[in-house]
Design a protein around this ligand. Structure first.
Ligand code: ADP
Ligand code: MG
Length: 475
């Protein structure tokens, strides 16, 4: 039988269906139409730009696996974004998609000394060339200044960021440390500075990296005896953006190597930009000498946005997604979701998804339902004790067994799940989760979270555990 776009897509769908929740499947996959198959490239039609972004952000792995199963390793996916398809049956709600679609950032090349080049830089970002290596900046061009709505809550950080972008390494804001709570725009602003610098100074080498990835690369480099390459690589960067440095707490080795890289960059007039969920004074388990470096430049806080800013952020988001919504609804959302920007966006995303799924109009009623859910979820922070109780009960054991030192598989799994939920549902640090769940250290908790993530992707039975427990813990 010859393959057609439809037949390939049908196979993909049945695989996808098995791997995600029915609601998500209905919302995000049923509206897709396969339209073309040429060679290994499948073109699918999606109803909006927003839809495409959502798929890319949340389901790209799954899509890739599904496609590779059908079309082999060279499988390609192409999106055809249909604008005229509307979310509501009678009145088109998508009116415009702003053409602010940025070009991808230009590739950047750095000259490397021969000595390093010969040994091949073992850094995942580097594609070794003859004399120059290409370093992907890892920047997300959509996180730019234009999309970063200004307000009282972020004015200082934003303008400091702008100043740095205008003169990287040339201001007293070095390092620039942006700090603030979850979902307030730290990552966005950090990218925006990098993106702006690439626009203004294309020849500068900018690199964005999360502290987690930085740590992992460092550990790998130690294992493979390439620690010097690692350091050398980072010393070539002109503008280094490191996200979530609180993650370095307790990691002495990584802090040490970062300290050396930082000094080198700073001495050579290179710019360092850091983000953290805490102000330097509140950071724990970070070496004093590194903390004092953090304080050299400027620490700028991102605060929770005020009402006016929340309105502007919502409007900006709607505009970018090409969606229109009545003022009354926007105001309702802004009045009720106060704590962070990610949640504001979350409400809009759910609204669009719900409206598109049920072919409903955006209504105040719908907004109320969705906001209600968000508010409830954030209000209720479950305790680690409660999590341990629920998990033990689910697996028919008592809490003492769950916490015990045994290596029996089902008990280990229960313990790992408890750690995973503690991390996901509370604001407790890894170290403290570990000490509350059977006196383990933070590395064990981190390992548990990764294991659960992996198993959830690969093991259906296990995913069922996670789903059941999520339900039990949230209702
Ligand atoms: P953090 O890193 O502080 O947890 P993010 O940078 O990931 O937060 O921001 C969460 C979401 O909110 C992102 O989608 C981001 O684009 C958006 N966002 C945050 N602040 C703003 C802002 N001032 N204007 C527009 N969008 C924002
Ligand atoms: Mg972030």
């Amino acid at each position: 039988m010859t393959k057609t776009a439809q037949s390939v897509w049908n196979e993909c769908l049945s695989f996808i269906k098995d791997n995600i929740k029915p609601q998500a499947y209905k919302t995000w996959f049923e509206p897709i139409k396969p339209i073309k198959l040429s060679g290994e490239a499948l073109t699918i039609q999606v109803p909006s730009k927003f839809f495409y972004e959502w798929l890319e952000e949340h389901y790209i792995k799954l899509l890739r696996v599904a496609l590779v199963r059908e079309l082999g390793n060279d499988a390609k996916l192409i999106y055809d974004v249909r604008m005229e398809n509307t979310y509501s049956s009678n009145r088109p709600q998508i009116v415009k998609i702003p053409s602010s679609n940025r070009d991808p950032l230009k590739p950047q090349k750095v000259a490397v000394s021969l000595e390093v080049d010969k040994r091949e830089l073992r850094n995942p970002f580097v594609i070794p060339g003859l004399q120059k290596v290409r370093i992907e900046s890892q920047l997300n061009p959509n996180y730019n200044f234009k999309n970063f709505v200004e307000g009282d809550s972020n004015r200082l950080a934003r303008s400091a960021g702008m100043a740095v972008a205008n003169k990287p390494g040339g201001t007293s804001f070095n390092p620039l440390l942006i700090y603030g709570g979850v979902g307030l725009g730290k990552t966005h602003l950090a990218h925006a500075i990098g993106v702006e610098i690439k626009d203004k100074y294309p020849e500068k080498t900018v690199l964005y990296i999360s502290s987690e990835k930085f740590t992992q690369q460092f550990i790998d480099s130690v294992k493979s005896n390439t620690r010097n390459d690692f350091i050398h690589f980072y010393q070539m960067i002109d503008v280094l953006v490191i996200d979530d440095v609180q993650f370095l707490s307790g990691k002495a080795g990584t802090q040490d190597v970062f300290f050396h890289i930082f000094n080198h960059l700073h001495q050579n007039g290179k710019q360092v930009i850091l983000t953290s969920d805490k102000a330097p004074v509140d950071m724990q388990d970070i070496e004093q000498r590194l903390l004092s470096r953090f304080k050299w430049g400027l620490s700028a806080e991102l605060q929770a946005p005020d009402y006016e800013t929340r309105i502007s952020i919502l409007q900006n988001k709607l505009f970018r997604d090409g969606v229109e919504m009545e003022d009354e609804i926007v105001e309702y959302i802004a009045k009720n979701i106060k704590s962070n920007v990610r949640e504001l966006e979350g409400v809009i995303i759910s609204m669009i998804a719900q409206a598109s799924f049920n072919r409903k109009e955006f209504s105040l009623e719908l907004a109320k339902q969705i906001v209600d859910k968000f508010v409830k979820n954030t209000k209720k922070e479950v305790s680690i004790d409660y999590i341990q109780k629920v998990v033990s009960k689910y697996f028919d054991m008592d809490v003492v067994t769950l916490q015990s030192k045994t290596r029996k598989r089902h008990i280990v799994q229960a313990r790992q799940l408890a750690m995973y939920f503690a991390k996901r549902m509370t604001k407790t640090s890894l170290a403290s989760i570990g000490s509350q769940i059977g006196q383990r250290d933070h590395a064990t908790v981190l390992h548990a979270c990764k294991t659960v993530d992996n198993l959830t992707e690969t093991d259906k039975q296990f995913r069922k555990y996670v789903e059941d427990l999520t339900k039990k813990l949230t209702f």
